[in-house]
Design a protein around this ligand. Structure first.
Ligand code: GDP
Ligand code: IMO
Ligand code: MG
Length: 430
């Protein structure tokens, strides 16, 4: 039996990770968010009820699961408190089974203000961030000036640190961006208010996880964003500010790599991207309109329309390689149900030199044009199908082709947003 599994996105995020984490976590003891922040939006649908989580791990809808927000995450306490409240209003009581790392860095209001102000100043060259302060918060972490969750324990030193950092940001906000300065005393009051809600959840999560491993507990590590948004391996600079690829699990939790038994790459059967940056298979036609509508491709966090395109196998192979994926989960197969023909980009052609590439450098995609292979559509409903043998032949052939092109097995297929619209070919825990 496999114990510890990682579930991460292979594309530019929104692959359906939340749904799959929710589905698989019924068999797990712990679910861990290990990087990113409330830029993530993970949608879970259970009995037609939709819950969108941004910070709290997607396993917590199962009452037996312990949720962990580990050291690699950047946390906006006010958003976390709001999310816990939302969960309680929906009768998911998580306060006694959610732990937050004392060494996670905080996202504070000035991070958000500077993120938004910078993007505005960049104009058409902006990254298209979610405006959640993610980049500035990670900058502070690397610059060793973060306020961390553990700092909440000592009001006096917290106040001194906060005054210093607010001063640092106010200088920039006022002189460079002509924005309003922040009053550190107000931020301090808000932090202390939030602290009252989460105080008992603050823990050394590295110790908890390592002892869970020792006690042979089952742990799911829930990725946010997608591999192509990784700060090192993505389409830099149009990326997020953390490692959304496999390394993020190790640094973001403090468990060793030998403890990971299985790494599942979640992949939509087409591609989407929110925000700016290269996207070789992007569509600007009727198919884009169709995918947007049928796939409901609007951001779970910002509500922005997601850019859409065909599945990019060059990008997929990149993700398989850099994450050493064990298997894939293909999501949103049902979105193709009304298409006569579907395509996969199997290689890129450099528009300047006409050279053809089956692998590429992901910080140099601007000149790459997709080369497609066409597949017949199935024009039948797959929504809700729960067994592989019940899929239309053309859908099975399409799945087989992805498997061949990616070079790893497809263990799970998702045929709808609901938790139960899932086909298990090989269960990760078996
Ligand atoms: P995440 O960020 O990777 O967790 O994905 P999001 O929740 O941001 O976006 C995925 C969207 O697709 C959500 O609205 C899900 O409810 C929905 N979804 C997930 N799997 C499927 C599927 O197989 N079919 C359809 N139609 N929708 C799906
Ligand atoms: P989930 O976990 C899709 C994108 C933003 C922007 C870039 C940088 O739901 O898959 P940031 O605010 O992180 O500095 O923005 O990254 N982005 C996401 N796109 N899904 C996400 O998360 C994303 N999180 C960030 O749109 O292009
Ligand atoms: Mg999302």
């Amino acid at each position: 039996m496999k114990k510890n599994i990682v579930i991460l996105g292979t594309q530019w995020g929104d692959e359906g990770k939340g749904k799959i984490v929710d589905y698989l976590s019924r068999n797990s003891d712990y679910v861990v968010r290990y990087h990113g922040g409330h830029n993530a939006g993970h949608t879970l649908v259970v009995n037609q009820k939709k819950i969108v989580l941004h910070l709290v791990p997607s396993g917590v809808l199962h009452a037996n699961v312990i949720g962990i927000i580990s050291n690699g995450v950047v946390i906006s306490l006010s958003n976390l408190v709001e999310e816990i409240k939302m969960l309680e209003e929906n009768r998911f009581f998580v306060k006694k089974r959610l732990f937050i790392s004392n060494s996670a860095s905080l996202i504070l209001p000035f991070h958000i203000a500077i993120d938004i102000a910078r993007e505005k100043k960049l104009g058409s060259n902006s990254i298209g961030t979610t405006g959640r302060g993610i980049g500035p918060a990670y900058e502070d972490k690397i610059a060793r000036r973060s306020i961390r969750v553990g700092d909440l324990r000592n009001e006096k030193t917290l106040s001194i640190k906060l005054e210093k950092i607010v001063d640092y940001y106010n200088n920039q906000l006022v002189s460079i961006y002509q924005s309003q300065p922040f009053d550190y005393k107000i931020i301090l009051q808000d932090l202390l208010k939030s602290k009252n809600v989460i105080n008992d959840m603050i823990k050394d999560t590295t110790m908890i996880l390592n002892s869970a491993i020792k006690n042979k507990k089952i742990i799911i590590f829930e990725g946010a964003q997608g591999s192509l948004l990784d700060i090192d391996h993505g389409t830099y600079p149009y990326v997020t500010s953390s490692n959304s690829t496999i390394g993020g699990v190790i640094t973001g939790t403090g468990i060793g790599p030998k403890n990971l038994d299985y790494i599942l790459g979640v992949t939509k059967c087409y591609s989407t991207r929110v925000g700016n940056g290269p996207f070789p298979t992007e569509l600007h036609d009727d198919i884009d309109m169709y995918l947007s509508k049928k796939g409901n491709e609007f951001g779970s966090t910002t509500g922005r329309k997601r850019r859409t395109g065909w599945l990019d196998a060059v990008a997929l192979r990149h993700s398989v390689k850099i994450n050493s994926l064990s298997a894939l989960c293909i999501t949103k197969l049902d979105v193709f149900d009304n298409l006569k023909e579907v395509k996969i980009c199997i290689a890129y052609q450099d528009i300047k030199t006409s050279e053809i590439y089956t692998s590429a450098s992901f910080d140099e995609l601007e000149n790459m044009k997709p080369i497609y292979k066409k597949y017949p559509g199935w024009m039948k409903k797959t929504l809700g199908i729960k067994k592989i043998e019940n899929l239309p032949i053309a859908a099975k052939n399409y799945i087989k082709s992805i498997e061949k092109i990616a070079g790893i097995p497809i263990d799970i297929i998702s045929t709808g947003p609901d938790r139960n619209d899932t086909i298990i070919i090989k269960h990760p825990f078996l």
